[in-house]
Design a protein around this ligand. Structure first.
Ligand code: NAD
Length: 541
């Protein structure tokens, strides 16, 4: 930016479209869904300008219709991962020197493409690949992704504007260099927006990236690649590989030029990756930045002063939207005895009214879970709860994988506050409720704090200010995103920067300047206008 201090467009959150019957957006997405359903896409690896078809392929099918195949994707071998790394390093030479306003323009353009011509495509692809309802697809693949792209551009300029003071005769300035090397982005299945944001945020700051999407999101990842290409992301800036995650990761982490990882996924995998980075630490040219957002066991705790209908709605939406497959989904609930019956009756009514099926039928609120592994795990926990004497299933409890991976939204009531489903992340439409004595409010807060290894999201419902204040203090380290009288899901970029600590991640807050700071290495330049010519200081006489 040699010729002006440019202001970027002020970001505002993308309005969520309604998709009400008869609306043009509903018609467009329904048509696109049909076309994808009948398609046979062949997704290559994207390395530099090349689209590589290795011939070693896997099918892509729909979670809600698993026998139906909508295409294939090609699996990388080690040589392709090596090539992705060398291509990223070569592309860095130009990209890291590209003026920031050009990088900004590319990603702002990507946002506008998604808001306009790609909206139906990215939403329909997310319905097909991840079995999201149209509403869940719209708030993720369209709105959240658009927000990430637009807000991050603004945050980037805020970072660049952060400069040190200068005293007489000198000028101090900081430039925010991209990291030396390349970034590795590993993304989960559950958010198309996260899949795009993890490589894009690092690339926006001038880095080049090797991106490994989840095997269960590749159908919508391809739309992201199409958008980035059309927006003008240069070849080699974001290279995409799929296949054996261990082989790909080991190959990436063996490179001396590995300079950072942007990961979202489960806790165990992240800890394994961290360990491998540690084992390789002597090989790296720089200390790699490690950013990971991982699992959660998110809670709702209600005080006796809470409104039971509001608590129930928090549970029904917070636990079951997108089949509970949000890292932020409520999965353990603490109710006071005085409110439990009324609250749970409302939840049971809600659950009974949910329609379950394909997202193509837009009246469905619940669709399928992502894959057979997840289905089988959830079924096992449900069966266990049916057998255990300290647990009882009070809603749902059925499952069927004959056509799609359908698990009924399930409520387990337990008398054991440390029951396995109060502690373990299940990542599905199963919520466990523990009822406490009203007089045990303070102890219950302690229980919430000590029950799980995670600290991602949590919600407290109360109409008593003293109780709220007590909960906010007692649960200080329990959640990186803490909600008062609201469900613990649905963070909006720019409004509720997202992330948690403990076993939930490094809490670098996706969708904030704090996250972007991880992808730069500041260089301070001190310039002296008139250099001294004598080493002697006055005190030497
Ligand atoms: P996952 O951990 O199974 O997979 C995440 C990514 O890691 C995928 O790309 C996968 O292929 C890859 N992977 C799997 N095994 C690997 C290995 N051994 N080495 C390297 N990479 C490997 O997670 P998922 O099922 O896709 O997503 C669900 C998980 O993600 C949940 O635990 C959820 O809480 C978490 N999540 C967290 C956040 C957050 O912001 N905290 C957001 C979304 C999802």
């Amino acid at each position: 930016m040699g010729k002006g201090f440019f202001n970027v467009p002020e970001p505002v959150n993308e309005p969520v479209k309604s998709y009400a019957p008869g609306s043009p957006e509903r018609e467009a997405v329904a048509k696109q869904y049909k076309s994808y359903y009948n398609s046979s896409v062949d997704v290559p690896l994207y390395i530099g300008s090349e689209e590589i078809k290795t011939g070693n392929t896997k099918n892509m099918s729909l979670p809600h219709d698993h026998k139906h195949v909508v295409g294939t994707y090609h699996l990388a071998e080690k040589q392709h991962v090596d090539k992705a790394i060398s291509t990223a390093l070569e592309a860095r030479k130009k990209w890291a020197q590209t003026p920031w306003e050009q990088r900004a323009a590319i990603f702002l353009r990507a946002a506008d493409l998604i808001a306009g011509p790609y909206r139906a495509k990215i939403n329909a692809a997310t319905m097909v690949a991840q079995s999201k309802t149209i509403h869940q697809a719209e708030i993720d693949a369209a709105c959240e992704l658009i927000d990430f792209l637009r807000f991050n551009v603004k945050f980037m300029t805020d970072i660049y504007a952060e400069q040190p003071v200068s005293s007489n005769g000198i000028w101090n300035r900081v430039e925010y260099r991209p990291l030396e090397g390349f970034i590795y982005a590993i993304t989960p299945f559950n958010f198309t927006a996260i899949a795009a944001n993890l490589p894009a945020s690092a690339a926006l700051m001038g880095n080049t990236v090797v991106w490994k999407p989840s095997d269960h999101q590749i159908f919508s990842a391809k739309v992201i690649v199409d958008v980035f290409k059309e927006a003008g992301v240069p070849d080699g800036v974001i290279n995409v590989v799929y296949g054996d995650p261990i082989m790909i990761t080991d190959t990436v982490l063996a490179s001396p030029d590995f300079s950072g990882i942007h990961f979202t996924g489960s806790t165990f995998i992240f800890k394994e990756i961290w360990k491998k980075i540690g084992e390789n630490i002597h090989n790296y040219k720089t200390y790699p930045k490690i950013v990971g957002e991982t699992g959660g066991k998110d809670f709702i705790v209600a005080h006796p002063s809470a409104n039971p209908k509001q608590v129930a709605t928090g549970i029904s939406r917070g636990a079951f939207e997108f089949q509970g497959q949000k890292c932020s989904a409520a999965s353990r609930v603490y109710l006071p005895k005085s409110l439990a019956e009324e609250t749970l009756n409302h939840v049971k009514e809600d659950v009974a009214s949910f329609k379950m099926g394909s997202p193509e039928d837009m009246s469905n609120f619940i669709t399928a879970v992502i894959h057979e592994g997840s289905f089988d795990k959830l079924a096992k926990y449900i069966d266990q709860a049916k057998a255990d004497s300290d647990a009882e299933i009070i809603a749902g409890g059925n499952y069927d994988k004959s056509k799609g991976y359908f698990i009924e939204p399930t409520v387990i009531l337990t008398t054991n506050p440390k029951y396995t489903t109060m502690e373990t992340e299940l990542f599905g439409p199963v919520v466990t409720v523990y009822v406490y004595d009203d007089k045990d409010w303070s102890n219950t807060l302690k229980l919430v704090d000590e029950t799980s290894e995670y600290a991602l999201t949590g919600a407290v419902f109360s109409n008593c200010r003293y109780a709220l204040e007590e909960a906010i203090k007692a649960l200080e380290n329990c959640a990186g995103n803490f909600y008062v009288n609201d469900k613990p899901t649905g963070a909006v970029v720019g409004q509720q920067p997202f992330g948690g600590a403990r076993a939930s991640g490094t809490n670098d807050k996706a969708g904030s300047a704090q996250n972007l700071l991880r992808w730069v290495s500041p260089r301070l330049i001190k310039e002296t206008f008139v250099s001294p010519e004598d080493y002697r200081y006055p005190f030497l006489g």
